[in-house]
Design a protein around this ligand. Sequence first.
Ligand SMILES: [Zn+2]
Length: 207
Amino acid sequence: MAVVRSGYSCPLCKRQTGDTNEVVADSGHLRCSKVDAHQFPDMSDFMDMRPTLDFKQEQPRPQAQPGHVPLTVRVPLSVKNAIDSKYGDKADGIVAGILLMMAEGECLVVRDTDLARIATVLPEKPKDSSHLFGMMMALKFELDEAKQSAELAAKEVKAYEGMSPGMVMVNLGDQYAAAQHRASADELPLKVACEKWLKNGLENSWF
Ligand SMILES: [Zn+2]
């Protein structure tokens, strides 16, 4: 049977010398890897000694998927270091994902500066291409809806004017509040006051 590392340091060594020596499982029995006399035949007695996990267990390297081959790409050292520190163990999978997209068809990589600019015109910074597409579609729907209601309003105005020859609709715009104020001073509804002012203006050539 192989010797298996436990990750725990020997509680006896720690108590006697302060050293951290790993406990190993040898042929099914726990023992200190440094001092042969330190044996722990009973697992629960061993745990009662409150051993501490001082040794990192080695992480098994992720197995390559069958049919996958390594691909070497030459990049400046600074790029490799930046990717290693940014993505760590996940770098392989992330780069493989990007290569897969390149192989599948056209793909677009958006630089950090452009991503920040895109985020200023969208509700939030896109997390991935599907998220970006979703936000663009939502904006398109909003735009279509606004266009439709504007077209409808324009049609309604035309129909209204067509039904009542001699009638015009006036957009008072930023003069609306002033007009309303004057109309109420004259104790007239705004529509009636506007008609009166316009007719007066035309009759007296105020323009
Ligand atoms: Zn020991």
